[in-house]
Design a protein around this ligand. Sequence first.
Ligand code: FES
Length: 289
Amino acid sequence: MTGHYGRQSASGHLHVASESKEPYPADVLEQLSLDAEQVIARYPQPRSALLPLLHLVQSLDGYITGRGIDFCARTLDLTTAEVSGVATFYTQYKRHPNGDYTVGVCTNTLCAVMGGDQIWETVSEHLGIGHDETTEDGKITLERIECNAACDYAPVVMTNWEFFDNQTPDSTVQLVDDLRSGAPVAPTRGPSRVCTFKQVSRVLAGFPDGLADEGIGAGPASLRGVELARREGWTAPGDGSDATSADSRGESVDGIAVGEQSSVDTPANAPDERPGGQDAQEQAKEDDK
Ligand code: FES
């Protein structure tokens, strides 16, 4: 399949190019179906496997293609509208061909004041692309990110969701230049190398590459609060060691009374239950009686 790496249209709608509906070759479809079976087997209901299956589609096609949407719908007994609705809700699902490396510059509050805005402006100008746009060589897709959940090392840049902490405009320009030239690139934390978008998409689909536990996860800044709490003897309410905590007195915590069922304990839907489907409508009639 040929890829196009043009600028994003202003509409923001899921644009499914006709070429992206070309059927998968038989051998690719066979392997895709086998992989999908493995993913679906992890869930009590097939439709729960939609998110990882969409990642699986991206691991093959590099974005959510029309044929990928058809495959997910057919495999999970959903409509293509239902699959598209999910694919357009989450920003990790790409609506047009993605580059080999998604470079996400955090411009949320803390990173912004620590230099994230300058990083964004510099790297965007250097590459000649804006948000959710891809370089002509198909190597880099640039994104503005609203918090990488790594504020302790602001300003933070991510490449295919690996951390590059305490960045500067110069270090980020060097990063994208190295990625484009194929020079080795090592994240600040985690594994010693950065995988491609397709490789990472396969991991997100539930097929580990063995790198998840490689390298340092939390650095000293991440652990500062834990160290302080230990030194001062602070504990979280309800962990059993705080005799005065709310739930030890039988009061509600976060709106959930002690012993009351939380959403975590909510029973799964029946296998054939569908939102707004016949079962739900019949139940609603029963409730009205
Ligand atoms: S504000 Fe940038 S990682 Fe949180």
